[in-house]
Design a protein around this ligand. Sequence first.
Ligand code: ADP
Length: 382
Amino acid sequence: MGSLRLQSVTKRYGDVVAVTDMNLDIEDGEFISLVGPSGCGKSTTLEMIGGLTKPSEGSVYIGEEDVTDLPPKDRDLAMVFQNIALFPHMDVFDNISYGLRIRGTDSDEIEERVDDAVEVLQLDGMLDRMPSELSGGQRQRVAIGRAIVRDPEVFLMDEPLANLDAKLRVHMRTELQRIQRKLDVTTIYVTHDQEEAMTMSDRVAIIDDGELQQIAPPLTCYNEPANLFVAGFIGSPAMNFVDGTVSGSHFEAEELRVDLGSTDVGDATDVTLGVRPEDIHFRAALPDSESLGSVRASVDVLEPIGERMFVYLIPEKAVPTDRETGGEVSQQYLLMTVDPEEDIEEGADVEVTFDRSNVHLFDTATGGALLHGLEDEPAPTP
Ligand code: ADP
């Protein structure tokens, strides 16, 4: 069985705690991405699963077996890394079959497994080529081929597409998904690229500073981020944040006063409102029943990027908050996305509002999510 479990796993290097009390339960056949900013502990987590690094505390299970103390060769898994180390003096066949040959697998079986891998990887007709005669994508597929012929229970991949150019990376994402579906092998995939994680995975595990922040299907992470970190990390461009306070049934920040209706935010008083760029609309374009608050702003910069246009707004009052998200942009702006055909000019004064059903509230102190979307309509203004 290719299920996998990390139980209270911690890894320390001297004073550095690389991974803190990590718990993961991964089902047989799942594609899981470990994602987070550089240095957050993704590779260390993967290395502990692979047996390249031993946890300081906690246990690693593959299926029902506790493999914490087993060396890599006794774990039924295969790894693919960022730096593709193909043997330059061996052709594709020899590169793919190398691991099987040193294990003494018999030659008929090797032929059969390489044939199967070549079919999955669409490398037909290339078995005689040397690595120097292959494109970057083909070389990466050969590296994956080496992992596939081992027929492991679990694939571990550490940024395997990082060295490819942008176009090829997008293509290889699709390829990898196709291969993984076909082989139905549990796959743990490390990346710092949230878009890569979101597009490929059954579930995404978001890590910050050695701690697991959330593990959930991509759209759950997007629509119901567990905390401020996930909210700022997942989604591009990043979510806007505005710090404020809650008193009674209102959220207030500078000139932004939001009726929370019957929504209960518990004891939290310092609250951060989060709204994605696509959930900000011109005030006139959204009916009152769906809108929330009103922010006057001037248009600073317009950035058309093709199917959308980014609008950088400088609000008159309600001040967007800088957040350490590991994502992009620090936010003195409120960033809005609109249709590229939208009739709008730099320097214009506008009034915008937020889509009620898609705003998020977080406890500013703990970062924890309080709610996602206000369901009920605002009380009528007296
Ligand atoms: P990521 O893969 O998310 O970039 P890593 O797992 O490589 O992060 O590293 C997590 C933390 O552990 C970092 O602070 C890194 O400097 C530290 N670290 C990783 N490997 C070692 C090591 N062999 N010795 C000391 N510190 C390490």
